[in-house]
Every structure is written in C-alpha cells, then in structure tokens.
Design a protein around this ligand. Structure first.
Ligand SMILES: [Zn+2]
Ligand SMILES: [Zn+2]
Length: 216
C-alpha cells in the first residue's frame, strides 16, 4: 500500500485525537480514502493503531510516526506563510506532497530557522522536536539567508525560496540547488559564491532567496 495513504490516515487520526475523538466510525467517515477499511487493516497489521470495540487509538509506534508527520506538515505551513508569504487560507499542505517540500533531515533546521514556532498558521500545535528543547542555549540560528552569511564561510544550501519556476531552473542549472555546498566570496558590490571550482555572481534579489546552513 502507498505510504501516502498510510500517512494521510495517521494525520487524520492525530487531528481527531486533538479534537478528543477516538471513535472508529467517525474516523472512517472523516477519511477521504475510498477504501479506508483496507487502510485500517494495514495500520493494524503494521502495529500503528489499536482497535478495540468502536474505538481506534495510536499504538506508541503509530503516535511517534504521526507526531513526526504532523510536525513536518505544520512546519511546512509556517514556512509557506512566514517565508513565502502566502496567505494562510491558501496554505494547505498535503501529507503526500511533504517529501518534496521538506525532507525529514531538514525539519529541525527549518524549525530552528523559524524560531521554533509553537503553532501552525491555523493555530494548531506543532509537536516539539529535539531542536526545540535545545534552542535556549543556542545563540546562532542554524539556517540563515545568504545576505546574513559571513564572507568566507562555507555552507550547505538548505532551501531556496523561489516562486518563479524559470528562475529556479536557471539556478538549478548553475548548481545552485538544495544540498549544494557553497562558499560566500563577497557581498559587495555584488554577491559572489563559489560552488566547486566555479564562481557565480548573484543578484541581491536572488541572494535573499537562498538559505544556507553553515558548515564547520
Ligand atoms: Zn495548519
Ligand atoms: Zn524546534
């Protein structure tokens, strides 16, 4: 079975739990999956939920998995409203699109970058991560926009905020893409970065769209 169908079901159960519901029938009626019973059977078999009588509950394993999923979803929503500046009513992050938006490894970096937000734009709680426990002792943010980056420093691009697909593919063709390791050579009069042996000059507008994590 598709992982995304499982993810959608876990996400739904989490939301119903938040609203105080454990009712199996309610869960079945709220699901948009045409074959929710088949999904429930898989959830049970994988040990993600426990069904007793007419109630459905997470197992410990299921809760951990759902928590991580909800955390990524709601942080992605924050990212869209705070960084991409989209209106909150247009921001609907789908569990099945998550993998393309925010990788699991990046979740804590994004959380830190956003200042460990407690709620999503819809006011729902964002489950805490390891980074949120530590953040009080951390002084420097993990992820910064390129203009705030120190000249001479080396960093890895964590994400690029660019809504124009043609610009994005142009950056891509230059090797400026999430995961690339760069060195910032100068900021004035223009931004110049180095990727491998190539030096590339960037418009300030573009530089602002690039988020990097400093490498030691
Ligand atoms: Zn939300
Ligand atoms: Zn955090």
């Amino acid at each position: 079975m598709d992982k995304e169908r499982i993810d959608e079901a876990l996400e739904l159960l989490w939301v119903l739990n938040e609203e105080g519901h454990k009712d199996l029938n309610r869960f079945r009626m709220s699901s948009e999956d045409d074959e929710i019973d088949a999904v429930i059977a898989v959830l049970k078999r994988e040990g993600l939920v426990v069904v007793t009588g007419d109630s459905i509950q997470f197992s410990e394993k299921g809760r951990v998995q759902a928590k991580a999923l909800i955390r990524r979803l709601r942080l992605a929503e924050r990212l869209f409203t705070d960084v991409f500046e989209l209106r909150e009513d247009t921001v609907i992050v789908d569990a099945c699109k998550m993998e393309h938006i925010l990788s699991e490894e990046l979740t804590d970096s994004v959380c830190t970058f956003l200042g460990h937000p407690q709620t999503c734009p819809h006011g729902k709680a964002i489950p805490r991560g390891e980074c949120c426990k530590k953040y009080k002792v951390e002084i420097e943010p993990l992820v910064t926009k390129l203009p705030a980056f120190e000249v001479g420093s080396k960093g890895r691009i964590t994400f690029i905020v660019q809504t124009d697909p043609s610009r994005l593919s142009k950056l891509n063709s230059l090797g400026i893409t999430a995961g690339s390791v760069i060195r910032l050579l100068q900021k004035t009069p223009s931004f110049v970065i180095q990727i491998d042996e190539t030096t590339i000059a960037l418009d300030p507008e573009i530089a602002k769209a690039i988020f990097v994590k400093k490498l030691g």
